[in-house]
Each structure stands twice: as C-alpha cells, then as structure tokens.
Design a protein around this ligand. Structure first.
Ligand code: GDP
Length: 290
C-alpha cells in the first residue's frame, strides 16, 4: 500500500466512505481470495450500516481453488452473499449484477409498494489498497475510467459509470484500511504485496512465507526450485534461512565471493508467489482465521 495508516488516515477514509454511502443502495466489498479474513476491514459492518453488501473474493486466479470453496461455504453459512472473481480476466464478473439484484430484492419491493419506478442499483466498491478495486471498476465500465493503482485523492468529483441498464457505479472506490493487531495478518498481507516491502522487511516476510509453505504447500519447493530437502524443524530459524539460501542459490542470488544474497533471494521468492509462479496458493483458511 502506498500509505501507512494512522488514526487520522482512518478517520478521513471513513468520512470519505460515509459521504459516498449517502449516494448508494449497495456496497461491493472486495476481498483478496488468498486471504479473505486478513484483507477484510474489521469495522466494515459498522461502517456500511444497514446497506446491503455483496462480498467478492478477487484474484481467485491466484488462490487455491479448494481453499476458495471453503471460504465461499463459510461466508454463505454466515448469510453473506459471496462470489469469487478474477477482475483481471473477467471471470464471474457477469454474475455480479444478478447477485446484486438478489440482495436488492427487498428494496425493490419497498419501492414498488411506494409506487416508485425501478431505477439502476447505485453501487460503491470498497476494499483495502491493492485488492483490485480500480481493475474491477475498469472491467465493469468496459473502458478505462479509473486510474489503476491506489492514489487517494486523485479524483475530486464523483461520477457515475453505467454498468448496463441496471447498475450505476461510483467511479471512485471507497478505500478501507486493513487489520493490524495480529502480526500474522501483517505478514500475510505483505506476502501478497498489499503492504509495501519497506514497512515489513522482505526477508522477514519471505521467512514467514517459507514456513507457511513448508506446512501447507510443501511440494512447491521441489516443483519451482528443485529443492527436495525441507527443514525438519520449522522452529529452528537456521533451517528456514537455509531454505531461503537454497532458493537464492537456484535463482542466482549470489554475491561476489559466492555468498548468498538473502535479500535478493527473498525478493525473488516473494515475486514468484505474487506472480503465481508457485502455483495457486491461499494464505489462510477459515479455520486459521483469528
Ligand atoms: P486497488 O488499489 O484496489 O484499486 O487495486 P488495483 O486495481 O490497482 O490492482 C492492484 C494490482 O492487482 C494490479 O497489479 C492489478 O493488475 C492486480 N489485480 C487486480 N485484480 C486481479 C485479479 O483478479 N487477478 C490478478 N492476478 N491480479 C489482479
């Protein structure tokens, strides 16, 4: 993310969303399918008040499909309407409108009773930085309208984008802050690139990721790097660093004198995760959620 969140930023972000909420019927909450809990704002329910909410698990192309299925089941069991999507490729994006209409059914009914003409569903996309808000807005708009990348404050006036005849979308998303309290959450977010590497050191994040993958996806080390031997004791930091060094060795992160450049090895490893080179990986399951 391009900003560090201090209480002042959060207050401003919240105020900006509350201004937009006055204009809309429905909120689309964008989460990262690889870490739906860590990418969720802890105050979202309170912030949205009673507004109907559709949850989208974005970047599902990068997530483990079995894990995504479990998340969908869990959220559905919590009576949350949820849909996994890939905003880049457009997968499932055409299902957004029908789901939104289901959520709006009671409101449509209330309008009808008052004799009001049906009108397009006024919608706002909300989510933490880097979760894919601009990408989804562009995709729904069918043309390039929102600047990709998080640049708060760029767009001054609000504009409506027509998504077919039945939905109007605010062209600037609502930017939410992520959770902070749990260091594990910070590492998961950092591993996906949602928190900049300057805030958490890439070596620490890579260390976290190596341990996580040894437990949950041990075959990736052989498949991607040809490494057969994994640490026997994940609580022994030397063994985990040894694994990162082995990755560095395979990927040419070597300094003059033959020493492994651990920082470069960490960057390569994280880059491989973020670009899907390690396969489809989820960083948390419903049972792991704090
Ligand atoms: P925003 O800060 O929430 O507006 O996020 P952006 O729309 O700028 O997206 C952040 C990054 O995630 C960009 O590099 C996008 O190309 C990428 N991205 C967005 N959606 C997807 C997706 O569904 N799959 C993948 N693989 N990448 C995505």
């Amino acid at each position: 993310m391009t900003i560090q969140w201090f209480p002042g930023h959060m207050t401003r972000a919240r105020r900006q969303i509350e201004e937009k909420l006055k204009l809309i019927d429905l909120a689309i909450e964008l989460l990262d399918a690889r870490l739906p809990d860590s990418s969720r704002n802890p105050m979202i329910g309170e912030i949205l008040g009673g507004k109907p909410r559709l949850v989208l698990l974005n970047k599902s192309d990068l997530a483990d499909p079995a894990a995504t299925e479990r998340w969908v089941e869990k959220l559905a069991a919590d009576h949350i309407k949820v849909l996994p999507i890939d905003a880049n490729a457009g997968t499932n994006v055409r299902d957004i409108l029908p789901r939104a209409k289901e959520l709006m059914a009671p409101k449509f009914e209330a309008w009808r009773k008052k004799g009001m003409e049906p009108r397009p569903i006024r919608t706002l996309i909300v989510g933490i930085p880097n979760v894919g808000k601009s990408t989804l807005i562009n995709r729904l708009a069918g043309r390039h309208v929102a600047a990709t990348g998080d640049r708060p404050g760029v767009t001054k006036g609000q504009q409506w984008i027509k998504v077919g005849k039945e939905m109007d979308l605010l062209d600037t998303p609502g930017i939410l802050w992520p959770k902070f309290e749990d260091p594990q959450v910070g590492f998961r977010l950092a591993a996906t690139g949602a928190i900049r590497d300057e805030i958490l050191h890439s070596e620490d994040v890579a260390f976290f990721l190596a341990k996580y993958l040894c437990t949950h996806y041990p075959s990736v080390f052989q498949e991607r790097y040809g490494i057969d031997e994994l640490p026997e004791d994940l609580d022994n930091p030397h063994e985990v660093v040894g694994l990162l060094e082995a990755i560095g060795k395979r990927r040419g992160a070597i300094m003059s004198g033959g020493k492994i450049n651990l920082s470069k090895a960490s960057d390569v490893f994280l880059h491989d995760l973020r670009t899907g080179k390690l396969g489809r990986i989820s960083l948390e399951l419903p049972a792991d959620a704090p």
